[in-house]
Ligand binder design. Sequence first.
Ligand code: MRU
Length: 348
Amino acid sequence: MKVNGKHVRTVRFENGKCIMIEQNKLPFEFSWYVAETYKDSCHAIKTMIVRGAGAIGAVGAYAMAQAALEAPEGNYLEFIDAAKQTINNTRPTAQNLFYATEAVYQKAKKNRNDAVIEAERIADENAEEGRLIGEFGNQLIQSGMRIETHCNAGWLAFVDYGSALAPIYAAHDAGKNVFVYADETRPRAQGGRLTAWELHNHGVPHEIIPDNAGAYLMAQGNVDMMIVGADRIVANGDVANKIGTLEKAIAAKYYGVPFYVAAPCSTFDLNTVSGQDIPIEQRGAEEVMQQTGPDHNGEMHSITVNHPNSACINPAFDVTPAELIQGIITDKGIIQANEIAIKKLFTL
Ligand code: MRU
């Protein structure tokens, strides 16, 4: 995708360094974070400098390659074993992380160089998956459609193209008239900050809506389709995605709005039977109690916006049951959200 007319990838690897867009500063400032070591890359995932299933997977892959490069000759295998654990412990829900670390780890066991090659392969695969999701998803979009999306599943959440936003970019680029409602997505506002920034950058007409406005807009007949991303899709077709997705899916079902999930094959976890078994990340109270933004000098600050003496909870994801999902747009085609279709997808 292009930023200021220049093609960039969300994440890249140069001389052992993992270089990624600093997403916590967007949309106010476009800058890069340089992870010198695998532990720096872990820090970036934990603190959401990089976030979104696909981008986390790519940084996880590069972190595993960094660990292979850093491992001392004497205890190479012990070092990469421990590093894999540390990387996998950064965030619990997005499947792409575990997919990526496992693939690079298997190569790293043989030698350091193969680990780097595999990490680059995973990043390239991730970008290509987004491009293909865009092509398949574009077939569902007619000119004039108003599409709602939740959180950010654009190119920032991957290496390039994105998942939920990829069909929208493809439709826009094909000359179709598409309009997007971007759910703000509290508490961290990935929709209001990141999706809106991406759409603006790409010239796609859109409006940010408060999270609780989705059902109202559907009731008014203003939403023609909903497309969201996924952090994990399990064997029966249940989907874990950013908190609030479930509410949208229920409203969409009620109002007859087709609800699609877009995700690459690397987001599927066939070893988990149902959505009830997906670990849901619980994040810190400060994300709910405070809001962060820049002052006049561009310095980021947080202010408390809720009653400071109340306790709060902050589950980061929820699970949408397969029965609420019209279809899953993958890099191999559009499938139904059920066990048979998912099994078939992995035999293609
Ligand atoms: O907590 P985040 O920002 O890493 O959340 C992940 C997401 O961006 C969303 O859940 C998204 O819709 C799916 S990830 C492509």
